[in-house]
Design a protein around this ligand. Structure first.
Ligand SMILES: C[S@@+](CC[C@H](N)C(=O)[O-])C[C@H]1O[C@@H](n2cnc3c(N)ncnc32)[C@H](O)[C@@H]1O
Length: 295
């Protein structure tokens, strides 16, 4: 991947993209508590950093880790008024993080491009305290993710799609990677959501800039004149009430750093209770669409 082009594209469409991705963040699953120290891996332009910082409060801290300086510059600007947010510009696979420095590690779509996922997650696990938890959101299969698949199909470019963003679409593979990296109690919850970044123009801008189709067009600009009107026609045919909506299919993955300490058991118990109460609320209000795949 040409990282400079990718960074420029992400920066350009960050506002509509934040709107599109925000329903998928699953920060509630992480359940950050006041006073906790949280690492956000692949934090990008920082929307989730702000959400995490509000939840851990002034006695806690959030560190945004990303490899992309241009995206971190935007995140730094957004976080300027938040003294409990700091940054590390580095590769999450190899960065030396403070051992046992964090209560929790979170990522929204920032962990699927590791060259050696077991080594990368082992490195991250070392940064967790006993009883620390990892929660990340990743895509399920491309075929189930209309937001990427529909524009690719409209443009006739499916055959060129880079599958890196879907590298964790196989639940068994995710569980194996995390187990080999030393995590335990691994669970992957199915989430099916509707997402939108606005009307036809905003959705077109995002579809042509980022995701698998964005990458094809960034790196092969000669394909854009034919692709753009096709994608626009597809979006116009789907628009309703000024919005274009797509189905998104994700896993919300939870795993725990090994640790038999009492602290770990207490944390797990508290986390499980909070989860049960959230699921009960979701069932009562009819919201959510989650099922747990056993690990
Ligand atoms: C799909 S974006 C998600 C950004 C952000 N989490 C969000 O949801 O808006 C993936 C992010 O992960 C970062 N990233 C990818 N591989 C990385 C690595 N090995 N180390 C650190 N950051 C990485 C990218 O630079 C990018 O900002």
């Amino acid at each position: 991947m040409n990282r400079a082009l990718a960074e420029a594209a992400w920066a350009e469409v960050r506002e509509p993209l934040d709107r599109q991705l925000s329903p998928l963040g699953a920060i509630g699953t992480l359940f950050p508590e006041p006073g906790e120290d949280v690492l956000d891996v692949g934090c990008g332009t920082g929307q989730t950093l702000l959400q995490l910082a509000a939840m851990v409060g002034p006695s806690g801290s959030v560190v945004g880790l990303d490899i992309a300086p241009r995206l971190l510059a935007i995140a730094r600007e957004r976080a300027a008024a938040h003294p409990n947010i700091s940054f590390i510009e580095a590769d999450a696979q190899t960065v030396r993080l403070p051992a046992a420095g964090f209560d929790a590690i979170y990522s929204r779509f920032g962990v699927m491009a590791f060259a050696d996922p077991v080594a990368a997650f082992s490195n991250l696990r070392n940064a967790l305290r006993f009883g620390g938890r990892l929660v990340f959101v990743c895509w399920r299969a491309l075929a189930h993710n209309e937001l990427d698949h529909a524009p690719l199909r409209a443009a006739g470019l499916e055959h060129l799609a880079d599958m890196t963003p879907f590298s964790f679409s196989d639940h068994n593979y995710v569980v194996r990677v995390l187990r080999n990296a030393g995590f335990s109690d691994i669970a992957a919850d199915v989430r099916n959501s509707w997402v939108s970044c606005g009307g036809v123009d905003e959705t077109l801008a995002v579809a042509l800039a980022v995701g698998p189709q964005g990458r094809i067009l960034r790196e092969n600009p000669d394909l854009r004149p034919e692709a753009e009107p096709r994608v626009r026609r597809m979006l116009e045919s789907r628009a309703s009430g000024g919005y274009v909506e797509f189905r998104a299919a994700t896993w919300v993955v939870t795993a725990w750093a090994d640790g038999s300490q009492l602290q770990s058991l207490l944390k797990r118990r508290r986390y499980m209770l909070s989860r049960v109460s959230r699921q009960t609320n979701a069932a009562e209000t009819g919201s959510g669409d989650a099922t747990t795949e056993p690990s």
